[in-house]
Design a protein around this ligand. Sequence first.
Ligand SMILES: [Zn+2]
Length: 357
Amino acid sequence: MKAVVIAPGERDSDRLVELPDPVPAEGELLVEVLSVGVDGTDDELVAGEYGEAPAGEEHLVIGHESLGRVREPAGGLSAGQLVAAIVRRPDPVPCLNCAHDEWDYCLNGRYTERGIKGRHGFLAEYYTERPEYVVAVPDELASVGMVVEPTTIGEKALEQVETIQRRLTWRPQRALVTGAGPIGLLAAALLALRDLEVVVYDKAESGPKLDLVGELGARYVQADSLPLGHDLAGEVGPIDIAIEATGFSPLGFGLLDTIGPNGVAVLTGVSGGGRRSELPVDHLNLEAVLHNKVLVGTVNADRANFEAAVRDLAAVQERWPGWLDRMITRRVPLERYSEALSRGPQDVKVVVDVAAS
Ligand SMILES: [Zn+2]
């Protein structure tokens, strides 16, 4: 089969190669890959900044946002069923959390991730997997099911918010999403689905992101037009939930000022650099204390988050028909996968179509 591999740690080592077709072990599924979404993690892998090959191997098959079709059934999943695969796998020890299927809360960092860390990914014609690590995707999501994985980031963020806010009586009305990339836009859709007033904050001055935000009935705020903090809150009203999806860390910490009383801000963006910044820490501390504010980080997702993402994407598809397809601004065939690795301002989600049709 054809697959896209990298040599982890080497810059621009990506290439399309021929590998032996995988053979499912007892109890495993064989899945034909239909399409794979590309994101910033893939860019880091190709830049040699991140990634790990499976033990004893030199190369890693990349790709972690997958949609496939079951070819050899197992575990109650029939042939022909669409599936999206979970990315992280428990560490071999396992730690307390991995032992309880909470691999996204792994304590020792020895978890593996398909297409990223120690396990081959899905940018290949086939993969094999145990049925507990895939979720069924309905046929209505056949063109967009590869966004299940990026949607799980928002699902877990909202799960964090719901869990934290059991501390009080709470009727959220307004949510802010910083960053209108795929993770931010999908989170905005989840919030709009819950009938919250949604504000999306991003640097883009024109292009598809603004249209996609508008189609959700959400408000778009261009970052240069209004600073975050009291200025934004003064303009739009108190913010109950904020989801940070840019990874620009000064912005993330500043959300403590932007959110309203009893609010929660969730950080989802990975900031790999060594940026230092001066922040008004007395003020932020005071805001957090006097207004019971919470700033929480979240990474990855568990099986329940994947199942919630499938349900909510079906609801998004029904409520805003075609919105998810319009979020996919470019699709390229497997042979031209490298074109998906360079994305411009007019791109939101770029997808590699692995299967021909
Ligand atoms: Zn663990």
